[in-house]
Design a binder for this molecule. Structure first.
Ligand SMILES: Nc1ncnc2c1ncn2[C@@H]1O[C@H](COP(=O)(O)OP(=O)(O)OP(=O)(O)O)[C@@H](O)[C@H]1O
Ligand SMILES: Nc1ncnc2c1ncn2[C@@H]1O[C@H](COP(=O)(O)OP(=O)(O)OP(=O)(O)O)[C@@H](O)[C@H]1O
Ligand SMILES: [Mg+2]
Ligand SMILES: [Mg+2]
Lengths: 154, 165, 154, 165
């Protein structure tokens, strides 16, 4: 049990660093065991260094930076333990345009391994998709699904 | 394995039978605020066996059943069917297509079925156990929760590593 | 004390209904005292009915709907007790284009009474402003303020 | 009364003296993720007397002092000056322009000043008490908090009514 945990931990930490560097264009990240001697109960902390920044604790990072770190952790999980599909509900809400581009580029690379369903309001995320579905309430209080052509405006 | 389609009936803001066709690759669900996009994500979470009403944004289990609108009366039942392509046999079941169903009557308990044969919740959870899919995995990220992956306490983050093991 | 509280409560509830109807294009909203007989300690609940919807509890409302209700409550407070300025940090993150238009239209009407400073990534909110400031990090880890002309892209 | 300008020195990601000119009406602050926009909001909250490190996203009070970057060493002090137009005498003080200053040395306590005369925190809080401005009012909505106005418990929402009274 504990050797499987250690192995998964090492892999996840490694992949977290890879996806973090991809999304932030550099810097480094890792996972840290809070109490390495109590492997069966220890918590797991994250350690992140965005490129060029020295920060005391990651709570000082911005809303968009926190979302990108969460996304990096998600991609690291998918690398270590791929799941057939993944649905994300507005994970891009706090991102600026440049970060959406980095996120969607990464997503497109992973689309061969997993199926992604993204709920979004951001035009740049919509443009990265191969299929688009609209949900509307033509009748008040009643949802309906319609097929959407990409060139329509939001 | 991939999602082929999902059929909602009486689930949250979907009183009439509604089909959502999924595609491999990346697809997007778009639409105005309050139109029902997150309800689609809730439907997926629910059919996979979610038991926490909080994760479904409700107070009681019945809050997933259509509660009426200006021109429609409340319904007495919610049902979601999830159809998956299993031609690569990711799921430990001998079908090229797998259909998972969950149904809930007002005041009743949830009923589950796999390929139209009634089963228990445990059978559904067992079906998905090795795939990383399921209410607790990262295969479904609720609205507003992406930042929580890093703001939760270290003990909670441990569960991610255990999931990966 | 308690009569001032009751008066402010009634005013705030009335204004909440006004701003809610404005932002949602109809429906109704009010504030409710949880324990009216214990006026000095009672909590305050909100009651909302978006147009055409019958919902059991407001937790079932969407992310964007919750933001618009929060904004309605904010405008109600400003109506009852105006403050000279108000700074809002990405309150529009969950809104769709139509709701951003309603929000910024309301904001422009109130701009005579209060000074508003909006931190945002959304183009439509930027277009509602009369002055625009950019924060950049040309040198890594060091913020700098620059003046931005509106026609530049994000 | 309105905000005229704010000057930051050594506050969070602003190691060098930085002026932000405000205008009446609606102005926007824009920029990439992590560039320092919310730090500007934190500076405003801090100079108005905020004592909670959590509301400033830090762990210790010193987390507001510039902690260094790739090419710069950490600083020993953070200072924010807020200059307000008071020609309509909203503030109970006989000046057409009011300047509020807060300064914090590493390991020290906060120092406050009004129009360059040192004062206590209480003097700052008293200055703004009838205006609705201040760390607890709605004059400053932190990032991600707009939905909290409706998700907090009813007892907490009562404070809004008391503020309006
Ligand atoms: N049991 C129910 N019966 C009827 N309608 C319901 C029920 N539960 C939720 N709803 C409706 O669903 C709406 C919320 O939908 P949802 O959260 O999916 O919106 P969304 O498209 O995700 O919007 P946003 O872009 O703001 O996140 C509510 O306004 C509510 O009217
Ligand atoms: N004490 C400090 N010293 C130096 N830099 C700091 C300090 N505190 C915070 N920072 C820096 O400020 C950055 C966060 O800035 P801020 O939260 O203002 O970003 P933002 O522009 O609001 O971004 P977003 O659009 O993602 O919300 C962090 O990346 C961190 O490097
Ligand atoms: Mg939603
Ligand atoms: Mg920010």
């Amino acid at each position: 049990m504990s050797s499987r945990f250690r192995k998964a931990f090492a892999q996840l930490s490694e992949e977290f660093n890879n996806s973090f560097r991809r999304l932030f264009g550099g810097g480094e990240a890792s996972l840290v065991l809070c109490e390495p001697e109590r492997i069966l109960e220890t918590g797991v902390e994250i350690l992140v260094h965005p490129p060029g920044k020295k920060i005391a604790n990651y709570n000082l990072l911005s809303g968009g930076e926190k979302s990108m770190i969460g996304i990096a952790l998600l991609f690291a999980m998918l690398a270590v333990r791929p799941t057939p599909f993944c649905m994300m509900d507005e994970v891009d809400a706090a991102l600026d345009e440049a970060n959406i581009q980095r996120f969607t580029a990464y997503l497109q690379e992973q689309a061969g391994k997993s199926q992604f369903v993204m709920i979004t309001h951001r035009q740049s995320t919509m443009e990265a998709a191969s299929a688009l579905w609209g949900v509307t309430m033509e009748e008040e209080g009643v949802s309906k699904i319609v097929s959407v052509k990409l060139n329509q405006n939001d | 394995m991939y999602l082929k389609r999902m059929e909602l009936l009486g689930f949250k803001s979907f009183p009439t039978k509604t089909k959502i066709m999924f595609e491999p690759g990346i697809s997007c669900i778009v639409g105005p605020n309050g139109s029902g996009k997150s309800n689609v994500a809730d439907a997926l979470r629910w059919v996979l066996g979610e038991q926490s009403t909080k994760m479904l944004r409700g107070g009681k289990l019945e809050d997933v059943i259509f509660s009426g609108s200006k021109n429609r009366r409340p319904l007495g039942m919610a049902e979601v069917r999830l159809i998956l392509d299993n031609s690569d046999h990711t799921l430990p079941i001998d079908f090229a297509e797998v259909e998972v169903t969950r149904r809930n009557f007002r005041g009743g308990v949830s009923e589950y079925a796999i390929n139209n044969r009634s089963c228990r919740l445990k059978d559904i959870l067992d079906l998905f156990v090795d795939t990383g899919i399921g209410a607790d995995g990262l295969s479904l990220i609720n609205q507003g929760r992406i930042n929580e992956l890093i703001t939760v306490r270290p003990e909670e983050r441990r569960a991610l590593v255990e999931e990966a093991a």
